[in-house]
Design a protein around this ligand. Structure first.
Ligand code: 13P
Length: 269
């Protein structure tokens, strides 16, 4: 299996349904100022604002050539047409969006996103030339019943059905245990490592060892500046998908610094 250092770490902020476009501009400007003093060049820093903020955030990133990549939180698996309320991959691509979260647990739980729709959405994202961050993770009940690995195996296998052979280098997985999201109770680094290693083993089984060893796997769920280093210090945890703590420039930048410190400067553990 390839060394962790061959995988570029990522810190991605999922803003969820927070911040209008004016607030988004303020946050990006504050983050840009804060990142100037941070050795973050070896890390992929991504923000996933709400759809209505994308144009404004794109403008600032472009105008100031900021080392921040633009992501979306969701998209349709369809190209265009009479699908009220939906947004296509093509529309995101025109706004310089490079990455899309696919199958976040909140989409699965509250908007009925099935494993099949996760796969077809991943397929649409990849078909449009973008990168998919596919989210997987077990509920508290499933965890209590000892079903974590079974759930992860199923979700990863189902999602990979939407990943064409050859497109794997534009796929990341994010392990986000539902019980850790927004609760203040993150997975321990040991649990995060076990889950991410399991996800990697499923990818190896479904595809190849080489593909699994180069694919990045993030952890998400109450990640904060004080646990970021311990989580990303694990061999199979290649970065963080951050919710609440990404809404504050100071805490998000502190997490980028903690991840950067894990890899040394320049990157290389
Ligand atoms: P929190 O960091 O707020 O727990 O959210 C995690 C998450 O869902 C990121 O996608």
């Amino acid at each position: 299996m390839a060394q962790k250092t061959t995988r570029t770490p990522m810190v991605a902020g999922n803003w969820k349904m927070n911040l209008d476009h004016v607030e988004a501009i303020h946050l990006i400007q504050a983050l840009a100022l804060r990142l100037r003093s941070t050795e973050s060049s070896q890390i992929d820093v991504v923000v996933h604002p709400p759809f209505t903020d994308l144009r404004s955030v794109e403008g600032i990133i472009g105008a100031d050539s900021l080392p921040i990549r633009l992501g979306a939180q969701h998209c349709s698996d369809l190209e265009s047409g009479a699908f009220t309320g939906e947004v296509s991959v093509g529309m995101l691509s025109r706004l310089s969006v490079e990455l899309v979260l696919v199958g976040h647990s909140e989409r699965r739980q509250f908007f009925g996103m099935t494993d099949e729709l996760v796969a077809s959405t991943a397929s649409a994202v990849l078909g449009g030339g973008l990168t998919a961050i596919i989210c997987v993770g077990e509920s508290a009940e499933q965890r209590a019943d000892g079903e974590t690995t079974t759930v992860l195996t199923h979700q990863v296998e189902m999602a990979l059905a939407g990943v064409a052979s050859g497109a794997e280098d534009r796929v990341l997985f994010a392990y986000e245990p539902i019980w850790a999201i927004g609760t203040g109770v993150a997975a321990t680094e040991v649990d995060a490592q076990m889950a991410c290693a399991h996800i990697r083993s499923v990818i190896a089984h479904e595809r190849t060892e080489a593909i699994a060893s180069t694919m990045r796997i993030l952890y998400g769920g109450s990640a904060k500046p004080d646990n970021a280093g311990d989580l990303v210090g694990q061999p199979d945890v290649d970065g963080l998908l951050v919710g609440g703590a990404s809404l504050d420039a100071e805490s998000f930048a502190a997490m980028i610094e903690a991840v950067s410190a894990c890899y040394g400067s320049p990157a290389g553990k």
